[in-house]
Design a protein around this ligand. Sequence first.
Ligand code: COA
Length: 385
Amino acid sequence: MSEYLPGLEGVPATQSNISDLDGTRGILTYRGYRIGDLARRSTFEETALLLLDGRLPTREELAAFDADLRRNRVVKYNIREIMKYLPATGHPMEMLQTAVASLGMFYPGDECLTGGDVCGDLNYVHNMSVKIIARMATLVAMWEHVRNGYDPIPPRKDLGYAENLLYMFNGEEPDPLLARIMDACLILHAEHTINASTFAALVAGSTLASPYLVIAAAIGTLAGPLHGGANQRVVEMLEEIGRPENVRAWLDGKLAKKAKIWGMGHREYKVKDPRATILQGMMRELMEQRGGSMGPLFETALALEEACEEKLAPKGVYPNVDFYSGILYKEMGIPPDQFTSIFAVARSAGWLAHWREQLKDNRIFRPTQVYTGESERDYVPIEQR
Ligand code: COA
């Protein structure tokens, strides 16, 4: 009998050359490039193309990809109509999964469902990737307005991806530092080896489902609080704590009840997640630009990290990417229940890179199980039970 490892810990589920992490040294690379270098020097558009194609693009290649993304930002009017019928109280990740799945009905993209070798057609795969990455931001921002009873703010072609995302949310061109921070956040969240949502995308992709359904499967998986949904919970948790001086008593109470501390811990990292360090640095930069005041949420987060270091570091539990991202998004005017949707916008690039890699040498995922049920037995008629 093969050994069952809960959560498939340490079990390689695929071979991939997209990203790599060293969980003991806290290093993450996309296609061999360190995440810190990309966050500082790249753009989300360039990083997305790097993930998809496997190499840094030339100026011309990047310009063509960027132009394609800008051209594909608009979504059909009927998608807005669908949104209008969704309850405003629904979670944005449920909306996003619905909207992305519905894109597949409005735009051609179900060729994979009918078989054939279209999935091996690189142009098809590239074009679908562009369409999805371009529209993710539009859908997320649209919902913010539709759920509040307003018409969405149409995307602008003259703005970069991150700028346009913030513009569609807030209706005004963002402060350049905030736009740069959003760009870096998108880069930092774009890819992360074979995490739960990427695995879900691979499983769906391996059945030759359409890319919209592949991304819808990944969105549903990202939504959970143990994965991308943690970023919303972190800010709610910090608001509940309120002030840095409340941290220790709050933490002791939670740990005594064996509760999770959101934004802490990671299956792969046994040190602080390098993305958390970069996000924390960006938060400081933003606060310095605003005259040095840290704000209660950030101060509380710093105090919580310090207190957790004493209590949780011995278990290898440190801040992960979700610990500081929400505080930054809040500064950008994004409501907490949309934080995970922003994560999904960024991660669509990584999901699609893995979808493409899966299709290159596809075999349907069909693992086995360790059966723990009854052995074969006779059916008992209902009157004899
Ligand atoms: N708060 C408190 N304790 C935590 C913890 C957290 N956030 N994360 C891990 N631990 C503890 C566990 O209780 C366990 O302790 P024990 O050995 O005494 O039972 C130990 O650390 C190992 O944790 P485990 O749950 O087995 O790790 P995992 O690899 O299965 O889970 C996560 C990884 C990410 C799901 C987990 O760390 C977690 O739930 N974190 C909070 C949610 C979160 O921020 N998710 C975003 C991830 S990017």
